[in-house]
Design a protein around this ligand. Structure first.
Ligand code: GAR
Length: 195
């Protein structure tokens, strides 16, 4: 059971955060609400997106107190559900266990391809192009101790074009897959966790 108080953890541009904010405004996300945005990067544009939407933000300082400071911020905001939306740090097993089946992540490939440690951001798309696959996509999954290893909630495929670069592919996977399935997956798990 949760109260649907959601934190979104980010590190960069925050287009997935924006998709969640927009979905919340449109009523697509209705079983919870975003009460906090946590960034591992003080310069992340995602922080501006959060401020523009009136959502409180917290920047976690790198170093030994990194996770501890995040837990304190989550507790203070009474967060009971976490979305990793372009969060470029791997969370410890202790952190993940604390929020068992209450953390979801969006990954820019069709898991189990091009995932796990070292596969993040543009690297994922470059690996897909280097391998020569014709179809890639995005996955939303629960987070457990294994990087990108938790139960899959949603996936969407995207065709690769002959002249794609990692950058063009990343943009298309975000627009056609990530930004569509992440809000729907969040609403699904929130509504199920409130029953
Ligand atoms: C997204 O493509 C997300 O799937 C990816 O980073 C990008 C963040 O973009 N995440 C990972 O690679 C995690 N393994 P955004 O800040 O615009 O949402």
């Amino acid at each position: 059971m949760t109260d649907g108080r959601v934190a979104v953890l980010v590190s960069g541009g925050g287009t997935n955060l924006q998709a969640l904010i927009d979905a919340q405004e449109k009523g697509i996300i209705k079983s919870g609400r975003i009460v906090l945005v946590v960034s591992s990067n003080p310069d992340a544009y995602a922080l501006t997106r959060a401020k523009n939407a009136g959502i409180p933000t917290f920047v976690a300082e790198k170093g030994s107190g990194f996770e501890k400071s995040i837990v304190a911020a989550l507790d203070a905001a009474k967060v009971d559900f976490i979305v990793l939306a372009g969060f470029m740090k791997i969370l410890s097993a202790g952190f993940v266990r604390r929020y068992e089946r209450r953390i979801i992540n969006v990954h820019p490939s069709l898991i189990p391809s091009f995932c796990g440690e070292g596969f993040y951001g543009l690297r994922v798309h470059q690996a897909a192009l280097d391998y020569g696959v014709k179809v890639t996509g995005a996955t939303v999954h629960f987070v457990n101790e294994i990087p990108d290893g938790g139960e899959i909630i949603a996936q969407k495929a995207v065709a690769i074009r002959e002249n794609d670069t990692a950058e063009t592919l990343q943009k298309r996977v975000m627009r056609l897959a990530e930004h569509k399935i992440l809000p729907l997956a969040l609403e699904k798990v929130l509504s199920e966790s409130r029953r």
